[in-house]
Design a protein around this ligand. Sequence first.
Ligand SMILES: C[S@@+](CC[C@H](N)C(=O)[O-])C[C@H]1O[C@@H](n2cnc3c(N)ncnc32)[C@H](O)[C@@H]1O
Length: 211
Amino acid sequence: MDRPQPISPELLSDLRNLRILNRYSGSYRLIRYFLRRWIDRDDRVRILDLATGSGDIPRLVVEFARKAGGQVEIDAVDLQASTLEIARQLSAGFPEIRYHCADIHHFGDENSYDIVLFSLALHHFSCDQAVALLRRCRSLSRGKVLVADLCRSWFAKLGVDLLKRAGMLLLVLLVLAILRDCRNGQREYRERKRRSNEVHVHAVSQHSTST
Ligand SMILES: C[S@@+](CC[C@H](N)C(=O)[O-])C[C@H]1O[C@@H](n2cnc3c(N)ncnc32)[C@H](O)[C@@H]1O
């Protein structure tokens, strides 16, 4: 995900897993918790989402703001063009979000956002870079910064592994269900054909006995 690459099934699957992780690991809950305190009816809020991935966090923010009656304008930044292409496709119907292909070490002007979000990306950087990026978050924001990241543990690793395997298991079950449906369909078709032949033979034999 961190290297330049074309859109591929692997990239699509990695980004989908990340969205699932965000949804079920509590990331969305955490972000909503702060949004409830930060966005009110009739507010106009400028937001920056650093290292946005496929853009599910900005979409979550827009959905929240629409319900709350506030207006948001979001700049979402990522280094990978293909990841952003996927984010843009998923964000049709979200004109509040503008995607930028850029390095988060250099993007944006001081004090130009009300809220800066930086989710699940800090662990991608060295300690020195992480410190510099945290400083950047502070300088880009006029006040509010939300940084969320993974806490590595064997339990979390097990959860992610199970999630990946569950995805694979669902795929296998789906293929088996489709194959079973095809086999049943073929059997039904053969049976119907056999019956219609019988009726035909029966009709023919009745016809021949009556003439
Ligand atoms: C694990 S994803 C996090 C995505 C998203 N924030 C989330 O919470 O799901 C990390 C993202 O950081 C991006 N990234 C890594 N280094 C970057 C950099 N220097 N500038 C911009 N984006 C970067 C990667 O392309 C990747 O999409």
